[in-house]
Design a binder for this molecule. Structure first.
Ligand SMILES: Nc1ncnc2c1ncn2[C@@H]1O[C@H](COP(=O)(O)OP(=O)(O)O)[C@@H](O)[C@H]1O
Ligand SMILES: CC(C)(COP(=O)(O)O)[C@@H](O)C(=O)NCCC(=O)O
Length: 488
């Protein structure tokens, strides 16, 4: 299966981009992912490999065959190498995006090549240059878009190109405004297909087409999540961490963050706390099962907290929670037993019933907004911890990795999860966390598109491109190439 697209942009009378999506039958391991069979095209292109929301594979064989096909459609006088390199050049300069359109937040990762040669700069279309500047020089986009500058990954190499990976997010509820912004920046003229995952890749497909004439190349969100985690772990030696001293409730607030070596990750339980919660057992890069989930997730925390406290944002909710005390809201074991429930090892400070005191009017009037926020956070977190623990024990897997934006700016939940895993398993389970929290779906999407991890992924996951479609798309785009590329 192959998908080929060409975007012809005529500013400065130049053709600017050729996109190629070429999933290969041969399955490649992580080890040989940079193997020579798909190495860059020539020494020049080693430094200017791919780019583009729908560029996947720049293997020499594939591009040459495209090129030959193009050549066959034109008069024979044009010299092959000149045009071949032109194709590679224009193909190399496209922006690369991966997008995860989640239930609450849309996450966008953008790879900015930093090894641009003066020649490339010279050839680059103005729109592309402007988009790069806009994305990399700002940290706020419109009213609600943010770049998480602290998560930027510098000096990373993707398919032979060196550069930085930028992490950008905005509320999914702002999708229409995002599309308008993208249009106003000229994206519609530059990009014809965007790589996307998450439920919104399905939900907003029509809007993308209608508003900015963009097609979505869709990837499954859980496939992308795992690929993204492997990508981040490979590129960032301090990606994974745990909390020291998480075995005692009184120590958890003092527990230091420590780097965890996650280079041998399997098997692990993966708990993705987004709007809702998905729990996976992962045995290998392509071997996982979704074993459980719960609808009581980050969306529940935010929704309940807004209702109970009148707060407006996640940041506000977490800040309020930090100042509050859930023990004024919950009924603890000691409220029932007067101390520990010794026979079954339940300590007095354990929550026996979340919100268990709130049936009493006098208790209701004595709790603050902050106490309610704290109790909501603790309730949701404990429930997730409890389900995750049961999953880990059922699957006999010791490492439990928590990801998702619910953990963003949320040390209370992370520490509580670390404590819960340790306490309930008597020290056998280990809670692990990852620095890029909610961006793995978007990263995985970019990786799959760029074929960074494994060549065969797009065959199974790029489900909106059936073989017939792809062939049609190839033919259509070759016609465009024929008509426009050589018309210059
Ligand atoms: N700025 C934010 N706005 C809204 N929710 C946020 C924000 N930051 C963190 N969150 C939390 O992250 C959750 C969404 O996590 P995420 O992993 O992005 O999931 P999804 O893919 O479902 O959008 C929200 O439900 C909320 O609990
Ligand atoms: C439907 C979802 C996969 C969507 O992912 P999200 O946008 O929440 O990250 C997730 O919300 C989920 O798994 N919810 C829990 C469903 C359940 O098992 O009860």
């Amino acid at each position: 299966m192959a998908v080929v697209g060409m975007q012809v942009h005529k500013s400065d009378q130049r053709t600017v981009a050729l996109f190629v999506v070429l999933p290969h039958k041969r399955k490649r391991s992580r080890k040989d992912r940079h193997s020579t069979s798909h190495s860059s095209i020539n020494s020049k292109s080693q430094t200017m490999a791919p780019g583009g929301p729908r560029v996947v594979n720049n293997c020499e064989e594939c591009l040459r065959s495209l090129h030959m096909k193009v050549l066959r459609t034109k008069d024979d006088t044009i010299e092959e190498d000149v045009n071949f390199n032109n194709i590679v050049d224009v193909y190399a300069t496209m922006p690369w995006f991966g997008m995860d359109i989640g239930g609450t937040l849309t996450k966008l990762v953008y790879f900015e090549p930093k090894d641009i040669t003066p020649d490339e700069l010279d050839q680059e279309a103005e729109i592309l240059r402007n988009i790069r500047r806009y994305l990399t020089k700002n940290s706020a986009y419109g009213k609600t878009g943010h770049r998480d500058t602290h998560l930027q990954m510098d000096d990373i190499t993707i398919r032979g190109r060196r550069g930085s990976l930028h992490c950008i997010r905005f509320p999914t509820s702002e999708m229409v405004n995002f599309l308008l912004l993208a249009k106003s920046k000229g994206m519609a003229e530059l990009v014809t297909t965007v790589c996307a995952t998450g439920g919104g890749a399905f939900k907003f497909e029509k809007e993308f087409k209608k508003e900015v004439n963009m097609r979505l190349a869709k990837f499954d969100e859980l496939d992308a999540l795992i690929k993204g985690i492997l990508f981040a772990e490979t590129h960032n030696p301090t990606e994974c961490y745990y909390f020291e001293n998480s075995s005692s409730m009184s120590c958890i607030s003092k527990g230091e963050k420590k780097v965890y070596d996650f280079s041998q990750p399997y098997p692990f339980i993966l708990v993705n706390v987004g709007s809702g919660v998905s729990i996976l057992a992962v045995w290998g890069p392509d071997n996982y099962k979704r074993i459980s989930g719960t609808s009581l997730g980050g969306g529940t925390f935010l929704g309940l907290c807004c209702l109970l406290t009148g707060c407006d944002t996640f940041e506000e909710a977490v800040e309020l929670a930090t100042e509050g005390d859930h023990t004024k809201v919950d009924k603890l074991v000691r409220d029932i037993y007067g101390g520990d429930y010794e026979r079954f090892g339940l300590p007095g400070e354990l929550v026996a019933a979340s919100f268990g005191q709130m049936n009493l009017k006098d208790k209701q009037s004595s709790v603050s907004r902050a106490d309610l926020a704290n109790a909501t956070l603790v309730t949701i977190t404990n429930n997730i911890g409890s389900i995750a623990k049961m999953c880990a024990i059922n699957e006999k897997i010791e490492k439990v990795v928590f990801v998702g934006n619910f953990l963003r700016v949320n040390p209370i939940s992370m520490r509580l999860l670390a404590y819960a895993m340790d306490y309930w398993s008597k020290g056998t389970l280990k809670a692990l966390f990852l620095e890029h929290e909610g961006y793995f779906g978007a990263m995985g999407c970019l990786c799959q598109f760029n074929n960074e991890i494994s060549c065969n992924e797009t065959e199974t996951t790029n489900s909106n491109f059936e073989n017939g479609d792809c062939i049609n798309e190839i033919e259509t785009n070759f016609l465009k190439i024929k008509n426009k590329f050589f018309a210059l």
